[in-house]
Write a protein that binds this ligand. Structure first.
Ligand code: C2E
Ligand code: MG
Ligand code: MG
Ligand code: MG
Length: 286
């Protein structure tokens, strides 16, 4: 019967499937093209100090400026890039672009040398043996005057599911290169927390699903309190992701969270806007 229903499904879905496969192949070719034809963009979203409003870091978020389809969000092409392996050249472009931007901002008058730029890394990138070497090469290429830029990486708990030992080695090597390491979307993934003590993370980013109801939901507040206790015990910084309302901001501050990111403060945006946001204090040194 399995075979019969299987065949039935086959007959019924074949045109749809074929269309999806064709679409996939086109998208893959288009993305391959995009990397070499200047269609990728980095947007930056600030992480701010809730008390002072000061921008402490920015997260680089990838966009694809497609000539016909307009701006495509990462959720619509990163998974495909992961599956096809295109994430590797794509990710290399992201790291290099973010590092160049960090140098530019550092060289601007009044620019804050403390401003850190973080880049997201997917599981497949972490699994690449060449990643660490690529980062080393990129850093050597951008930091001309011997000045060091502040940079970081964000990974989710899923990187630990695949090859925990190899992932841990890679993360340690990145940290030795000077990278700040954040555990992204914390609380949504593989939640055996034993791995936390073996990994060199600096920051926990609390996923926005816990932030959403924080102003009026006791259980969200309890979860956040226990995350804060954990972070405190392991000596990790905390960032709340996806803060959208003033009520959320106030509750989180009362709970003791200092650093936040979300639409309430700023959406991800092009580099020029970030410069404007930082009070026009960044001016090119000529
Ligand atoms: P993420 O690293 O957890 O990034 C946060 C996402 O939440 C971003 O979506 C951001 O625009 C969105 N966001 C920020 N504040 C708010 C808010 O207040 N409310 C709501 N509803 N959303 C908010 P985006 O830019 O679409 O990126 C989605 C995911 O794609 C990222 O999640 C990250 O996992 C991945 N990604 C983005 N850029 C890259 C990249 O260069 N490389 C890799 N490997 N992954 C990337
Ligand atoms: Mg992130
Ligand atoms: Mg996140
Ligand atoms: Mg995410």
């Amino acid at each position: 019967t399995a075979k019969r229903s299987g065949r039935g499904r086959h007959a019924c879905f074949e045109p749809v499937l074929r269309q999806r496969v064709t679409e996939r192949i086109r998208l893959e070719a288009a993305l391959r093209h995009a990397i070499h034809h200047d269609e990728l963009r980095l947007y930056y979203q600030p992480v701010v100090s809730a008390a002072t409003g000061r921008v402490e870091a920015v997260e680089a978020l990838l966009r694809w400026q497609h000539p016909e389809r307009g701006l495509i969000m990462p959720g619509d092409f990163i998974p495909m890039a992961e599956e096809t392996g295109l994430i590797v050249p794509l990710g290399r472009w992201v790291i290099e672009q973010a590092c160049r931007q960090a140098v530019l901002w550092q060289n601007m008058q009044g620019g804050s040398p403390e401003l850190r730029i973080s880049v997201n890394l997917s599981p497949r990138q972490i699994a690449q043996p060449r990643l660490v070497e690529d980062v080393r090469t990129i850093l050597a290429g951008v930091s001309s005057s011997g000045k060091r830029i502040r940079f970081g990486f964000e990974v989710t708990e899923t990187v630990m599911m695949h090859d925990p030992q190899a992932s841990a080695d890679t993360l340690c090597a990145l940290r030795e290169l000077g990278a700040h390491l954040s555990l992204d979307d914390f609380g949504t993934g593989y939640s055996s927390m034993a791995y936390l003590k073996h990994l060199p993370f600096d920051t926990l980013k609390i996923d926005r699903t816990f932030i959403k109801g924080v102003a009026d939901d006791d259980s969200d507040r309890s979860i956040i309190r226990s995350m804060l206790a954990l972070a405190d015990g392991l000596n990790l910084d905390v960032v709340a992701e996806g803060v959208e309302t003033e009520a959320q901001r106030q509750t989180l501050q009362t709970l003791g969270i200092q650093r936040m990111q979300g639409y309430l403060f700023a959406r991800p945006q092009p580099a020029e806007n970030i410069e404007r946001m930082m009070g026009g204090s960044l001016e090119a040194l000529e």
